[in-house]
Design a protein around this ligand. Structure first.
Ligand code: ADP
Length: 734
């Protein structure tokens, strides 16, 4: 189970990365392919269209030319001329018609027509002739051919009955004296011609012909020709001025353009004074090429390579993953071991420190015994701080640390920190200076205990490594707006701790924040410590979104700069009075002798308390400390016994105890379960009685857990007599 949970993120991250990478290759490859293919296709299409137009032009002009040649030959025939001059000569007419029919067979379209200027009879193939009226505007071509044309002309018309468009070749017939005596010609079926071309193009392209005024003269859709639609309107390609561009073309020149319709080519048909346009729209079919097939094959190959590659990588990762999991497990085991160890160490330490304190308070002991007891007490305290460091460090390492932000008073935080340093201040000829400013915010929100821990670590180092000179603590607060602060309410608390101590060499500075690292020198051998203080400090600072830096010179001293993010409550500042009090406090204490300041204990002889702990020595310590208040102390060694006592109450069931001091870790029913059961007993007494947790597990941060389970307070073991005093004052009253 655990195994799976651990390997999943690595593997899934790897798979997600591979899939995304593959997708990226896919997309970029396809886009690049489509773009370059489009470019190639368009280039090819342009060339193809130009060639197409040129071929069709040549074909059209050649066939028109052929017809023109035949028509001119016919117009030049002496027999035809004679017949046109004497239309009434039936003999002549018969032979002339025979000749004309032979010409008719030579025309590709098989169309022939003629009119002579005498009887104006219009002959069309073998249809019945009729009289043609030149004045009719529809017959404009007659006078145009006879009187304005020297060799031949063209005209075009649409026959709605047959739905065909014809290009007519009209040739005047001249008498030997040069007078025009009639006309003849043939028709070319443009509709069929355009149909043929477009059929050959099989929908890939479309060709239009248009004249110099832009009227369509040839199109697949014959309606366009019949209605003489404008080419630009018909094609609807926006602002591209096809007609103007076509007119710019030299004879036989072609021009390729990119338009919204796709690639188009413009060409000319000089013989007819027409223009041509060929359009090849963009189509998905354009991509049905060998190149596309090749591209798909390449993509498939990439996919296969990817799959094989992933397979190999996952196999390679397996042992790596295994060792990562093992390392993580080992690390967890180590952290758990350290946490357990420190818990186990704190319990006997409680006895050592507690009993030492108790004995030291006896006035009857001899001086040398008291001195030795002081040493035992100090050694116990040192051991306790080491154990605390190890516990903290293992918590940080195993990621179990959480910040517990609360609103706190900056002045009381500073007060506590300075108070803790007091014993140190008196030990050596060192001057302690506090630089704070009256404008510092009075209240802040943050993990007060952790901020204290940072300050204590830095200051106790400064005291440890400074024999003479000055130690300075500077605290500033600046708004964190616009400098990485997440909300308007963030402030940076800047802490500077400087000393004139032994300093740290350059090469040692680099290793300073390494876990368990202690600078090896003669002096530090004599100084206690675990080498964890700075590592813990650094991690806590980082946890608070801040940073830490250090400047140091061997023999001259050290300066630590720390910046942590706290939340701002309001504009109230600590004020000059508090600044003065804090400064006075330590100056006064400066001169004080070393040693713990013992609380003046109140007389609480009216009170009766219950202590619950599974270890007799712990009961002795707690009961001893509490009896200093002259109160009656009852001891029991299990949760059940405590419940029974509370349940019974006094003889009348009335309240008996003023408070309960409850050990946390007990075999069987632990302190939390016991408290839950007491609270559930149902009497007002059981509900209200103050219960104070005693715990060797009491690392900063567990307070909330106790409060959530109905405890009023908690006291870490070894019990600190000052802390105990404030708890007693708060909760045991008449
Ligand atoms: P320790 O518990 O040994 O003090 P720290 O992590 O707090 O561990 O410090 C690591 C090392 O850094 C110390 O052993 C000491 O050599 C050096 N050091 C820390 N603070 C100072 C200081 N103010 N002046 C000189 N050396 C210091």
């Amino acid at each position: 189970m655990d195994d799976k949970r651990n390997q999943l993120p690595v593997m899934s991250r790897f798979i997600i990365f591979s899939v995304l990478f593959l997708f990226f290759i896919f997309v970029t490859g396809s886009v690049a392919f489509v773009l370059s293919m489009r470019q190639i296709i368009r280039l090819n299409k342009g060339n193809e269209l130009s060639q197409l137009l040129e071929i069709e032009r040549v074909k059209l002009e050649t066939s028109v030319n052929n017809e023109v040649v035949i028509a001119l030959k016919m117009a030049d025939s002496p027999l035809v001329k004679r017949y046109f001059s004497n239309p009434d000569d039936l003999e002549l007419e018969k032979t002339a018609i025979e000749e004309l029919v032979s010409y008719q067979n030579a025309f590709a379209s098989g169309i022939i027509f003629w009119v002579n200027d005498i009887d104006k009879m219009f002959y069309y193939n073998d249809l019945e002739p009729y009289i043609m009226v030149p004045e009719n505007p529809d017959n404009y071509w007659y006078n145009m051919t006879l009187f304005e044309t020297e060799v031949y002309n063209f005209n075009i018309n649409y026959n709605p009955d047959l739905n065909v468009t014809n290009l007519w070749i009209n040739a005047p017939v001249f008498a030997p004296d040069g007078k025009s005596i009639g006309m003849l010609g043939t028709g070319i079926d443009i509709t069929t011609y355009i149909e043929m071309i477009n059929k050959n193009l099989a929908g890939r392209a479309e060709i239009f012909l248009f004249n110099a005024v832009g009227e369509i003269t040839g199109a697949k859709d014959s309606v366009l020709v019949a209605e003489k639609q404008n080419i630009e309107d018909a094609l609807n390609i926006g602002s591209v001025a096809i007609l103007a561009m076509a007119k710019e073309l030299a004879p036989h020149e072609t021009l390729v353009l990119d338009t919204s319709l796709g690639r188009i080519a413009l060409g000319t048909v000089p013989l007819l004074e027409w223009y041509s346009v060929a359009i090849m729209p963009d189509s998905i079919d354009d991509y049905k090429t060998g190149m596309t097939a090749l591209f798909i094959v390449v993509l498939m190959v990439i996919v296969v390579i990817f799959i094989i590659f992933n397979f190999f990588i996952s196999r390679l990762l397996k042992p790596l993953r295994r060792s990562m999991i093992d390392a993580e497990e080992a690390n967890r085991a180590k952290s758990a071991f350290l946490a357990n160890m420190s818990h186990e160490l704190r319990t006997p330490l409680n006895v050592v420190i507690g009993l030492t304190d108790l004995i030291l308070e006896e006035n009857t002991i001899a001086k040398h015994v008291s001195e030795n007891l002081h040493k035992i007490g100090n050694a116990g305290s040192t051991l306790l701080s080491i154990v605390n460091d190890i516990l903290d460090f293992s918590k940080i390492e195993s990621g179990n640390i959480t910040l517990m932000p609360i609103e706190y008073h900056l002045s009381s935080l500073l007060n506590d920190v300075i108070a803790l340093m007091n014993t140190r201040i008196a030990e050596k000829p060192v001057v302690f200076k506090l630089n704070i400013n009256e404008n510092l915010p009075s209240r802040l929100i943050g993990d007060e205990l952790r901020v204290k821990q940072i300050l204590n670590n830095l200051l106790s180092n400064a005291f440890k490594y400074t024999e003479t000179g000055t130690i300075e603590l500077t605290v500033n607060c600046v708004s964190a707006n616009g400098s990485g602060g997440e909300s308007k309410k963030d402030v940076w608390m800047e802490i500077i701790v400087s000393d004139t101590g032994i300093g740290i060499s350059k090469e040692n500075l680099k290793k300073l924040f390494t876990d368990y690292y202690q600078v090896q020198n003669r002096i530090s051998h004599k100084i206690e410590g675990t080498g964890l203080g700075l590592s813990i400090t650094k991690r806590l600072v980082q946890f608070m979104g801040g940073d830490i830096s250090i400047e140091s010179e061997l023999g001259k001293g050290t300066i630590f700069h720390v910046r942590i993010r706290q939340e701002f409550v309001d504009d109230t500042s600590i004020g000059s009075d508090v600044v003065e009090q804090l400064s006075r406090f330590h100056y006064a204490d400066d001169k004080r002798r070393a040693g713990k300041k013992l609380p003046v204990r109140a007389d609480l002889s009216f009170a009766r308390v219950l202590v619950v702990d599974d270890m007799q020595t712990n009961l002795d310590v707690a009961a001893g400390l509490l009896r200093k208040y002259k109160m009656q102390v009852d001891c029991v060694m299990s949760g059940q016994e405590a419940i029974d006592l509370i349940h019974l109450g006094g003889t009348q069931g009335e309240p008996v105890f003023n408070a309960i001091f409850m050990d946390h870790m007990m075999p069987g029913m632990d302190g939390i379960e016991t408290t839950d059961l007491i609270r559930g007993l149902g009497t007002e007494y059981a509900e209200k009685i103050p219960i104070i947790a005693l715990t060797a597990n009491a690392i900063k941060g567990t307070a909330d857990m106790f409060f959530a389970h109905g405890f009023q307070e908690f006291l870490p073991k070894p019990i600190d007599i000052t802390q105990l005093d404030s708890v007693v004052r708060k909760w045991i009253c008449r």
